[in-house]
Write a protein that binds this ligand. Sequence first.
Ligand code: ZN
Length: 159
Amino acid sequence: MTAMEPLPQNELRDLYRELILDHARNPRHFGKLENASHQADGINPLCGDKLRLYLRVDKDERIAAAAFEGSGCAISVASASLLTETVAGISCAEAKDYSNDVIQLLVEDGSKELRPELHKLNALAGVREFPARVKCASLAWRALCSAIDNENSPISTEH
Ligand code: ZN
């Protein structure tokens, strides 16, 4: 056994890229969710990303299941896929907090640390270098808030 060495920055970036590509190629929880109690559409006209997010929220306001369908670029699909993994089993209030944290991570300078349970989502932070991609990565998270609030109008990154 050797002590774990911290990964050099470029290896970490490679791992993150692998994670994004893996989720883009094999999105988790992809497809319509049966018995969904909440749903929201998100569109990003600049890139052509379109997704519909489904949630099944139980009587204790806990997200029992999440799924999505739609089409878009690798970043938007990977972000939605990571989202469905992240929010299953947590409360709606927590999910909205998580969403705010991720959106902040995407738009801010990265000084903010994500809470440990969101560590995988650091993979999305790379898009900060590509401002046009921020909307791709944040789309699903904005749709999440909309679904929880049961807003009926689709979320668009452009107003
Ligand atoms: Zn996109």
